[in-house]
Design a protein around this ligand. Structure first.
Ligand code: ZN
Ligand code: ZN
Ligand code: FE
Length: 775
């Protein structure tokens, strides 16, 4: 006979269980399993009170874990049997409780789902052509949340009271929009408006039609989107792209595009299966893809054969592309002024983008938190996030150690910060280069907001060794105990944290710049490192950086410096475009050792070589010289296999002992480059040869250090590891040699990742009671 006696159980679930359709899912599950009781969101996640037979409860709990909604991620599930039966007669969803602490996670913004896409495409549907359509499975989240728990009144949708029909959906557990906080329709929700360059609103006609008209004429539209403004132009028209470049003062930095769909995208770039999944996944990031020749405007990515592509991720984007004769590929670049944060507010954008935008497509749903488009790459298997923002933030990175609540402040370029809570780290969205007050304001606001949402009050702060970074100054002003972490140690620790590696590894950190503990600039380092410390066991030989960090903007200076440092005082044709007297000034600085700090930076070495090859003399953006060199190398390589090329590379790698450190003799590599140049080899051929040799150089350095230390686990990180030829080459050689190799995947290898490394290193210092600066 079936046991029909009732049991009562309390089930607590943690993780991403709010704002992802979890409660309606549980409601429906309860119905099918004849479970009575309640569910509510609290700060820890979700609490279910369930009464039913033993077998019904067992099945119910099993299904909770095996078949949750697509966007939910359960990280913990606890059950507690309660002896007394309450005698529930139905299953109901209770109002959220707000308490003092929280560990629930706000979900990230999610691209439009297929069901919503059907809704806006169906002329019979009341949401036909409505640009703010969303449901529990898609739509804005992080960008509109003001406070927790995640409920409509805690978002910027608070100012749009639901109409009767929307309210019905919102309250109906069987509806796809049940408790969809941003739920809206043309009657009650946000609206689009179209404005001229001065911000004056056009009251007649459709805003999307007007936008399309402007785009078709080659004009620049500033469009308010999900996490901020985009500047939009027709991506096929060189004239339109150049108009945007000129007005934005952005000479050559690559511009990302949005294609109407996959078919359109595949007409101008090569899309692997893995890339296709990324392009169409819930995050909808910008994916960097190999560009086909003679498609789209050439001026989109000068000197680079890769292009950043994304697909429409809001109904607004989909609808714009459906306008009659709308260009099917649009440049969608950050709606900001050079090096400033992207605009989010209507008024500030109209003022701030005046002189750049020809017109404005605005809407009235407030963007609470600015989130840029994320940028990723894939090697066919793994995702590598280069800019972590929309779609990925604010998800947590699980840690191997429990840490005190603290704030890690990041670096200077591509800034992010990181907050910790127990065994979780929350790396912020990409903030940008912290060089001006506007970015600093965005940085401060974001820290304030994240502390509130996550309910974290830091006990300590962590920053970079560099005292002049605005993030370091901000850390110091906090008055909290302060820990300083060396830049490349933080790079290494970020990879260790991401992969949960709690042991000593050899970290090869190839980077633009970072202050070393000897007060010189580093960036071509092998560190023996774990969370607790590091030893600098190898590096490039010291080079001179004429004019200090300013040299990064003028690769030709590094070219002059490399020549000056070479034994045979060679000349190079590559520098001929630089006036003789300008070169002479730099040579004098080098001879008198005036303002020429020492560096071991791999990024600067790339700069120097690229300049000598005449590839890039002045850099318009960070890493330009290395990127253009890699593009040439890739072209030259063609379809030949990288392992084959690496094995046939005949360079002789020499190292030299300097105390405990092994120095790579990259001067030999410079000689090789110049010899090839004098022999009349093309810049592309030399670039390829240089990549192969440099890979072998660092491989040899790691091998020699591994022989001494016995360590065979290896981490590859730093901004230069965004160079895929170098990264792939190192993976090939190291794995062939028996090394276990790790690199940043969900956490950027560039400076966008260092805050995570800082957090773990600083947190463990704080726990151990180490000395710190202020108290
Ligand atoms: Zn949807
Ligand atoms: Zn409505
Ligand atoms: Fe760095």
């Amino acid at each position: 006979m079936r046991d029909t006696s009732l049991l009562r159980t309390e089930i607590t679930l943690g993780g991403t269980v709010q704002g992802v359709g979890f409660r309606p899912f549980v409601y429906r599950l309860a119905q099918t399993h004849t479970i009575f009781g309640t569910i509510l969101n609290n700060e820890e996640g979700v609490v279910i009170e369930a009464e039913g037979t033993e077998s019904a409860l067992t099945d119910f709990i099993k299904m909770l874990q095996s078949d949750p909604p697509p966007l939910a991620r359960i990280t913990s599930l606890h059950t507690k049997n309660i002896p007394t039966i309450k005698g529930f007669t139905d299953f109901s969803i209770l109002h959220s409780l707000a308490k003092k602490t929280t560990s629930a996670i706000i979900p990230a913004d999610i691209s439009t789902c297929n069901d919503c896409l059907c809704d806006i495409s169906d002329p019979e549907n009341r949401r036909f052509a409505y640009p703010f359509t969303n449901c529990t499975n898609c739509g804005p989240r992080f960008s509109i949340v003001k406070s927790i728990p995640y409920d409509r009144c805690g978002t910027s949708m608070k100012s749009f009271p639901l109409c009767d029909l929307c309210r019905k959906e919102y309250e109906d557990p069987d509806n796809r929009r049940f408790h969809a906080q941003p739920n809206a329709c043309p009657v009650c929700g946000p609206q689009l408006t179209f404005h001229d360059a001065a911000g004056k609103q056009f009251s007649s006609g459709s805003p999307l039609e007007a936008t399309n008209r402007e785009l078709s004429q080659g004009h620049i539209v500033a469009m308010r989107g999900l996490g901020g403004f985009h500047l939009v132009v027709d991506a096929v028209s060189d004239k339109a792209v150049n108009r945007l470049r000129k007005r934005k003062g952005r000479k050559s930095k690559p511009l990302a595009v949005m294609a109407a769909d996959l078919v359109t995208a595949s007409s101008f770039c090569h899309i692997s299966k893995a890339a296709e999944r990324l392009l169409s996944g819930p995050e909808h990031p910008i994916v960097l893809l190999p560009r086909k020749e003679n498609c789209l405007a050439a001026s989109l990515t000068p000197g680079i054969n890769e292009i950043g592509v994304m697909l429409p991720y809001t109904p607004l984007h989909h609808l714009l592309f459906r306008e009659k004769n709308c260009p099917q590929t649009l440049v969608m670049t950050s709606g900001n002024r050079s090096s400033m944060p992207i605009f989010t507010g209507n008024q500030e954008a109209v003022t701030g983008l005046s002189g750049i935008a020809d017109c404005f497509l605005l809407h009235n749903r407030e963007i609470v938190t600015r989130v840029d488009d994320s940028v990723v790459r894939t090697d066919g298997q793994n995702v590598r996030i280069l800019r972590r923002a929309r779609g990925y933030v604010p998800s947590a990175t699980p840690l191997t150690h429990k840490l005190p609540p603290l704030l890690a402040c990041g670096g200077g370029l591509k800034s992010t910060f990181c907050l910790t809570r127990d065994k979780e780290a929350f790396l912020s969205q990409h903030i940008g280069d912290l060089f001006n007050l506007e970015s600093l304001d965005f940085y401060k606001e974001s820290i304030y907001h994240a502390k509130r949402l996550l309910q974290i009050s830091p006990e300590a702060v962590v920053c970079d060794l560099h005292p002049d970074y605005l993030s370091s100054r901000f850390a110091k002003e906090s008055g909290l105990p302060l820990y300083k972490v060396q830049h490349h140690h933080a790079h290494a620790a970020a990879v260790l944290a991401e992969h949960g590696i709690d042991e000593k590894v050899l970290a090869l950190v190839l980077d633009g710049t970072g202050l070393g503990d000897d007060n010189t600039s580093w960036g071509g380092e092998v560190l023996e490192a774990d969370f607790y410390g590091f030893k600098r066991l190898g590096s490039l030989s010291p080079m001179l950086l004429p004019g200090g960090d300013a040299a990064a903007e003028a690769p030709w200076r590094m070219g002059v410096s490399l020549l000056h440092g070479s034994r045979q005082k060679w000349q190079s044709t590559g520098l001929s475009a630089i006036e003789a007297n300008k070169q002479q000034i730099i040579r004098q600085m080098l001879e008198q050792n005036f303002n020429c700090p020492v560096t071991s930076s791999c990024g600067r070495f790339f700069d120097g070589i690229a300049a000598l090859l005449g590839i890039c003399l002045e850099a318009d953006y960070e890493g330009q010289a290395a990127m253009e060199m890699e593009a040439l190398a890739r072209e030259e390589k063609g379809t030949r296999s990288l392992p084959g090329l690496l094995n046939s590379c005949n360079c002789q790698v020499k190292t030299k002992n300097a105390g405990q450190r092994l120095l790579l003799q990259q001067g030999d590599l410079l000689q090789r480059v110049l010899t090839l140049q004098n022999a009349g080899k093309t810049a592309a051929a030399i670039s390829l040869d240089f990549h192969l040799c440099l890979t072998r150089y660092f491989f040899t350095l790691l091998k020699e250090i591994s022989r001494k230390t016995g360590i065979t686990k290896c981490v590859l990180t730093g901004g230069c590891m965004q160079n895929t030829m170098l990264l792939e080459g190192l993976f090939i050689l190291l794995e062939e040699e028996g090394f276990t190799v790790f690199t940043g995947q969900n956490i950027p290898v560039n400076d966008g990742g260092i805050a995570l490394g800082q957090a773990v290193i600083g947190g463990l210092l704080h726990v151990s009671g180490s000395t710190h600066e202020s108290a």
